[in-house]
Ligand binder design. Sequence first.
Ligand SMILES: *Cc1c(COP(=O)(O)O)cnc(C)c1O
Length: 481
Amino acid sequence: MTTAPGSASGSAVGSAVGVTTIPGEPWSTGVERGADGAVRVAGVDVRALAAEHGTPAYVLDEQDLRTRARTYRRAFTEAFAEIGAGVDVYYAGKAFLSVAVARWVHEEGLRVDTASGGELAVALRAGVPGAEIGLHGNNKSDGEIAAALDAGVGRIIVDSLVEIERVADAVAARGGAPAPVMVRVTTGVHAGGHEYISTAHEDQKFGLSLAPSRGTADTVAAADDDSPAMTALLAVVARPELRLLGIHSHIGSQILDPSGFAVAARAVLALRARLAARTGVLVEEVDLGGGYGIAYLPGEVALDADRIAKEVAASVERSAAEVGTDLPRFSIEPGRAIVGPAGLTLYSVGTVKPVRLDEGRTRLYVSVDGGMSDNIRPALYGAQYHAEVVGRLSTAEPVLARVVGKHCESGDIVVHEVHLPGDVRAGDLLAVAATGAYGRSMASNYNLLTRPPVVAVREGASRVLVRRETVDDLLALDTDA
Ligand SMILES: *Cc1c(COP(=O)(O)O)cnc(C)c1O
C-alpha cells in the first residue's frame, strides 16, 4: 500500500527520499518526520523513546486520543441536539484501559464501559464515578455483579434470562435501590468492514434475539411478540429489584458502512414501542453500541464522526416517528475509534531474510522483537496493518516485505504485506500504525515473552502508563509447587 517509486501518485514519496506515508493516516496526528528523517511522535524522537523505554513498546499519542474522544462527543451531542435527543458517549474500555486513559476520556466528557471486574476496577481507580460506568459481559461472575452493585454503576447490561434473575437476586439479598439494567438485544444486523448483513436468527453468544417465532420483528404486534428480547424485557419489568433503563444493541466492529446502525436502531425503537404498548413502560434509553471503523492502511478512510452522527440521528428520528414514540436518550460505545489511531507499536528489527517465491519474486521477511503476543489481530482475524522504518529515512528501493514476530509459530505475522526500504536491517526501528486498540488489551505471554509497556507521549515528553513486564513478574506467578 505504500507509495512505490514511479507510482501514479507522483508525490515526493519516491526513491529519491525512500518510502514514507508519514505524516497522515493511518498514523496519529502527532506523527511526523524530522529534518534528519527520523520520526517523532508528539515531538518525541522514536530513537529517544526506544533508548528510554526499550522495544517493543506501545506508544500512545495523548493529544490525538483526547481529540478523538472530544470529537465523538461533540459530533454526537450536536447531531442529536438537532433532533431534540440527548446522547452519552461511553468509551469501550476493552479496546485499551489504563487508569490514565480512563481519566483522559472522562476528562473529555466520556463515560466508561467495562466488561469485567478488572476493567471496572481500573475505571474506578481513575475516579470515574460509578454512575458513569456500565458493566457488560455474557457471563458475569457473582463477584463482578457484586462489584458493580457496590460501585453503583449506572447500568448493568444483561445478556440472558438467567442473568436477569441473578442480578435481581443479588439486589434482593443486599437490599438498596433497584439496579439500573439494560437488555442487550440482537437485531440480526451484523456489521464489520464495508457492508452489513442482516439475518433473523443469530448463531452467536451475545444478547437476546428480537426475532419473534411468528412474523417478523418489524410487523409483529406487541401482544404477539414472543421474541427472547421481549421476554427478557418483561422479566426485568417484573422484578422490583431492577429498573429497566433501556435497550442495548451492538452490531459489530470496524464498521465502515454506517447503514447497519440505522437498520439496527429502527428494530430497537420498534421493540421499545411494542414494550410500551404492552406494559406502559417506555424505556428511557437506547444504546447503539460501538464499532466505528478506523483507517489501518494508507488510503483507507475512517468513518467520519460528524457524518455518522448526522446519519444515525436522522434515521432514528424517522424511525421514532414511524413507530409513534418520543425519542429516548441515546448512548454509543466507541472503543477502537478513540484509542486505535492514537497508538503505534515501536519494534526493533532483528533478522532480515529474503525468501524466494514463485516467478522469481522475493519476499523479505523482517523479524521484529515482538509479534503475536503484542498484536494477535493479524493471526486472529487476518487483520491488516501498515509498517514503516522510522529511525531513519532510507533512499533504498522499496521491496516486498512481511513483518514477522519472534514466536514459534509460522502464523506469527505482524504485517502481512508492506513495502519497506530494501536496505532495512537489524537495529532499524520499525513502527506499526494504529495499534492502540486491541493490542495491549489482547496481549499474551506466549513463549513467556514479557508484555511491552504503554508509553504516553505529549508535547515533547514521554511517560510510562503501564510498565514493561519483567521475567521476574513471570517468575513471581510461578509457585514452583
Ligand atoms: C467491543 C464492544 C464495543 C466497542 O467496539 P469498537 O469496535 O472498539 O468500537 C462497544 N460495545 C460493546 C458491547 C462491545 O462488545
